[in-house]
Design a protein around this ligand. Structure first.
Ligand SMILES: Cc1cc2nc3c(=O)[nH]c(=O)nc-3n(C[C@H](O)[C@H](O)[C@H](O)COP(=O)(O)OP(=O)(O)OC[C@H]3O[C@@H](n4cnc5c(N)ncnc54)[C@H](O)[C@@H]3O)c2cc1C
Length: 504
């Protein structure tokens, strides 16, 4: 369908974005027989014959070409092309842009939050438990339950195979009094699955939002417009009346009974701030002034363990997690988990200094050895601060993000607490700072809550003051928790989708 045909239809729901939030919610509405249109800015990666799969875009020959070749490589790899200003520099956030959104690139660790993570949320862990279970089923999650959780949920399907290195590391962690378990992963059990992250899966074994939610919704009659960008929303003071889009260079306004934003925690607030219909001078849904604020992203450290057995099986790279340091007497820290495979050397060297590139031949010789060293990632909860935000400055999106002194203090404690627990495995902290572009876990920019003065969305993810506008991507988190966000986004989208279907 071209954009004129899309604009000539009265949709029950227009869903902007096909990541975990949008595709999951759209599937629920399609199951209820609603006429759903998904609007996706990126490509249809299910149909894209020239898609870059099985390696990071930076390692693809096309990426080495002209500026326009680079942009085309990013599009083919399902990656975001647009830049944002961070710290005065243009930065391209490493996020998904294409069907499935960031889930097409992610590592697929689908973990529940802990009950204590909901302290500042308008819903409880118990409210989300049934939806967590359904989301785990929908996304085919395989692995083990965390032995430290009191309310862990029913056993999951058996984890994907791993090798002797995983068993040896598990034994070593257990000997040190830790409680490791096989990570819950959203993937098919195909031979040699390596739970790849950072790029599109070559074997289509990742259970991402495209395969598990968008395609089933399309099979039920939903429609998909790719290469279609929502640029602003039209509204009366109490209802959204249209979604202005650009597709193939042509503009039109789409009409729907309900509009669901799921463009991700950077693009959704950007869209709201760019929409200023009458009565919404600070941006649509921005009565609280909090749209774009409270941006969180996690503090992530990487620890190499040269004293542990070398990884020898594809399943070893993303195999183990433990939560012994999640909530400690010194404060909430976060989860610890296998990082996954190292990216190709080309990706590590891309855009680095000429000196580093000169060292490339040596690095190339060493890389196979280095990339077999197990790496653990720690995920620190960063607390919301209104000064951390996405805003428009001179018409361009800009991110301001500084960890609070308390975030810095807990990060130092995390390191202090973890190092002795890994003694004997020769832990080396290999990344001490978060790269500005590493925004994979970004959230919080349209927080939900009871009070319209202190939140953007109500507890059903409906924008305060707007009867038919919902936001279901990672923007709605009031706090980031010290754990991967994807399962909570998907579970909440199921919860909101069922509620919404009843109202429509
Ligand atoms: C490399 C990587 C690894 C990760 N690993 C994990 C992991 O192992 N476990 C975990 O829990 N989380 C992980 N994450 C985070 C997780 O993938 C995201 O939190 C989650 O997928 C976000 O889903 P979302 O629905 O909020 O938005 P997104 O997935 O970002 O989807 C937004 C969609 O909207 C589209 N869009 C944007 N703007 C517009 C517009 N104006 N018009 C139309 N469409 C638009 C985008 O193209 C995109 O498809 C990872 C992320 C990355 C990048």
């Amino acid at each position: 369908m071209n954009i004129s045909d899309l604009a000539a239809t009265d949709w029950d729901a227009v869903v902007v974005g096909t990541g975990l939030g949008g595709a999951t919610l759209g599937l629920v509405l399609a199951r209820h027989g609603k006429r759903v249109l998904f609007v996706e800015k990126g490509r249809d990666l299910g149909l894209e014959k020239a898609a870059i799969r099985g390696h990071v875009v930076e390692a693809d020959p096309l990426f080495g070409g002209s500026h326009e070749d680079q942009r085309e490589a990013l599009r083919r790899g399902g990656r975001r092309v647009d830049e944002v200003e961070i710290g005065g520099l243009p930065v391209r956030p490493e996020l998904g842009n294409g069907t499935g959104g960031s889930s097409a690139l992610h590592g697929g660790v689908l973990e529940r939050f802990f009950p204590g993570d909901f302290a500042a949320w308008p819903i409880t862990y118990r409210d989300l438990v049934p939806w967590y279970a359904r989301a785990e089923e929908l996304y085919g999650v395989k692995g083990e339950r965390d032995p430290l959780r009191v309310e862990a949920g029913a056993p999951l399907a058996a984890p994907i195979p791993a090798g002797a290195a995983t068993e040896a590391l598990r034994a070593a962690l257990t000997e040190r009094g830790l409680h490791p378990y096989r990570l819950p992963l959203a993937c098919r059990a195909v031979p040699d699955c390596s739970a790849c992250q950072g790029f599109l899966c070559a074997r289509a074994c990742k259970n991402d939002a495209d395969r598990m939610a968008l395609r089933p919704a399309l099979a039920l009659g939903a429609s998909l417009a790719t290469g279609c960008e929502a640029v602003s929303l039209e509204a009366s003071p109490s209802r959204v009346t249209g979604v202005a889009c650009v597709m193939d260079g042509r503009s039109a306004t789409l009409r729907a009974g309900v509009v669901v934003l799921a463009a991700g925690a950077l693009a959704t607030p950007a869209l709201l701030l760019a929409s200023r219909p009458g009565g919404w001078d600070r941006g649509l849904a921005n009565g609280s002034g909090l749209v774009g604020r409270n941006l969180m992203r996690h503090g992530i450290d990487l620890w190499a363990l040269p004293g542990a057995p070398r990884l020898g099986h594809p399943g070893d790279a993303k195999a183990l997690g433990f939560n012994d340091l999640y909530e400690t007497p010194r404060g909430k820290l976060g989860t610890v988990q296998s990082f996954g495979t190292l990216p190709a050397l080309e990706a590590v060297l891309a855009h680095r200094s000429p000196v580093l590139r000169l060292l490339a031949p040596f690095a190339r010789a060493l890389w196979p050895v280095l990339s077999a060293v197990p790496i653990l990632a720690t995920i620190l909860e960063d607390l919301p601060q209104t000064s951390n935000r996405l805003e428009f400055a001179e018409g361009r999106p800009r991110i301001t993000y500084r960890p609070s002194p308390d975030d810095e203090r807990r990060r130092a404690i995390f390191r202090e607490e973890l190092r002795p627990r890994l003694a004997g495995l020769r832990p080396v902290l290999v990344s001490g700072r978060d790269a500005p572009k590493a925004l994979g876990h970004v959230c919080g920019t349209c927080r939900f809550g009871e009070d319209p003065a202190t939140s953007v969305l109500d507890p059903w993810n409906r924008a305060h003051g707007l009867d038919n506008l919902y936001v279901v991507d990672g923007s709605f988190f009031p706090t980031s928790a010290g754990i991967n966000p994807a399962l909570t986004i998907a579970a909440n989208a199921l919860r909101v989708g069922e509620h919404l279907a009843e109202r429509m």
